[in-house]
Design a protein around this ligand. Sequence first.
Ligand code: TRP
Length: 326
Amino acid sequence: MSGIRPTGFLHLGNYFGAIRNYIKMQDEFECYFMVADLHSLTTHPDTKELKNHVHRVLAENIACGLDPNKAAFYCQSHVHETTELYLYLNMLAYKGELEKTATFKDKVRLHPENVNAGLLTYPVLQAADIILHRAKYVPVGKDQEQHLEMARNYVNRFNHRYGEVFPEPQAFNYGGELVKVPSLDGTGKMSKSDNQMATLYLADEDDIIRKKVMKAKTDSGPTEANASKPDYIENIFLLLKLVAAPDTIEKFEADYNNCTIRYGDLKKQLAEDMVNFIAPIRSKVDAILNDKAYLKKVMEQGAEKANASAGATMKLVREAIGLNYF
Ligand code: TRP
C-alpha cells in the first residue's frame, strides 16, 4: 500500500524513486495505491485546483505503467472507512509524540498561520490508509520512515488493547538503496520545490527538456586519464545511465577516461535520450486527461476494490473494539 499526494506534476525522481517500484510490485503483490486527497487538505485548504491535480496524478501514474486492472488505484476520499479508522487511531495517538514529528515541525515552520489539528494528526490518517488494508509493505522513501514507525506504534497499541487485528507495516523497496535521481544543477536530487530548471518533469515539452539538460554544469574536461569525476559530471553520467543504451554509456565513459570527451556532445545525447524517454509518457498523460470517462471508470473500479478490502477490515475492527451491540 502506498499513498501519493496530489500536488502537481511528477518528475523523473518520482518515476525512478517510486513509480517504478509500484509497477514491479503490482505483478507480485495485492497492491493498493491511493491518491491522498484528504491529506492535501491539511496544507492546501484552497481546493480550486484539487480536481485537476487528482486527475493529473492518476493519469501520470497510469501513463508510467501503473495498471488499474492489476492494482487497486483509488482516491482516499472515496473510501469513507478511512476516516472512521482514523478516529479510532486518534484515541491511541498522543499529542506529545505527534508534536515531535519532523514533518509536523517543518510544516509549522513553513505555515505558522495554519497549524490545524489535521496537520498534527497527519501521521494518524496515513496509518489509517495503510492498516485499512492490513498492509505489510509500504513502498516509500526515507522521509516517510518516521510516519511508518508511528503506524507500527498504533498497530501495537491497538492489537494490545483490543486483540490482534493488524500486521506491522514496514517500508519496502527492491534491493536496498532507493534510486536517487540527481538534479541538473549538481546539488542534491530532483525535487518539486527546489530549482525548477534542474528538475525534469514528465510533462516537460521536448524543447524545455533540451534546454534544461544543456544548462547542466560542466567544466573544461578531465586532464589526466582515468580521473575520478567531479560530482556534477558524475550526476550527468547517472542520468545518462537511467535512459541511454549501454553502448552509448560505454562510449562516453571511455571518452572521459582517455580525456577526449566533449561535454556538449554528452549533453546533446542525454537530452535526446531524455526526450525519447519522456515524450511518449507525456502524450499518454495528455490522452488520458482528455478521456474523462476513462478516469471516472478507473476511480470507480479502484474505489470498489479498496472498499471491499476496507469493509472486511472494519468489520474486524468494530468487533474488536466492542462496537457490536446486536
Ligand atoms: N505522506 C505521504 C507523502 O507525503 C503520502 C501518503 C499518504 C502515504 N498516505 C500514505 C504514503 C500511506 C504511504 C502510505 O508522500
